[in-house]
Ligand binder design. Sequence first.
Ligand code: ATP
Ligand code: MG
Length: 225
Amino acid sequence: MESNTRIISVANSKGGVGKSCVSALLAVALAKKKKKKVLIIDCDSQGSITDMYEREREQYGEDKDPAIEVEELTPRKVQTFLKRFGSDYDVIFIDIPRMTDKKKDTATVMLLYNCDSVLVPVVGNEVDVLSSQDFTEILEEAATDKHEMGEEFKFYGFINRRNQRKSNELAEKQMKKGGLKMFKNSLPDLKIFTHPSFYNSIMESAEGERRFEAFFKEFCRKFKV
Ligand SMILES: Nc1ncnc2c1ncn2[C@@H]1O[C@H](COP(=O)(O)OP(=O)(O)OP(=O)(O)O)[C@@H](O)[C@H]1O
Ligand SMILES: [Mg+2]
């Protein structure tokens, strides 16, 4: 595997926190704004990324190419796929499913070991925060294992769907205490973020640019893409 391909997961054990949505927003922004060759590997058997991608491809028709590629794979096939095709891309996102039992869900945890960077969406209420703290422990273990093997592994959290200031400040404080370094920029809860396009970057709209740019810049800087 070429070391100059970044392999990133927007991941959390928790469901519905914006893993797939934010992966798509970032992937298309990297392709359109930074001219990167980007792939999303959809490892969620629900196939939400693949469904959205195929639906939009039908809408646009064969004549127009989407900004990124999507590949639906079972977790067991990911490592072999990365060995064979990984170096064809600048950035690969792995979209992981929610975890039902973190201790037993080794297939999903192993997907994270294929990554060099993980971005954890945290939704600011207390229950979500506790679950994200458990997830931080998984990431710390992965970082220790990978560093021992001389491999890079970094992870950061960010507040997604920022709403009430108070609950977010609390969430941020708790996550930091639990060992998760947090982005300075968060993402607001916005209708324009709910259905990312695989053809057009969110930043091609004025509101999208205004509300996404600072977060995107911090992402590029911290993950060196
Ligand atoms: N910043 C945001 N603003 C508004 N809506 C958002 C935002 N982030 C995510 N959503 C919406 O929240 C819902 C859940 O997001 P998404 O499917 O990306 O979460 P997920 O973590 O991948 O879920 P799952 O665990 O089911 O895979 C979606 O309807 C998505 O459009
Ligand atoms: Mg998802």
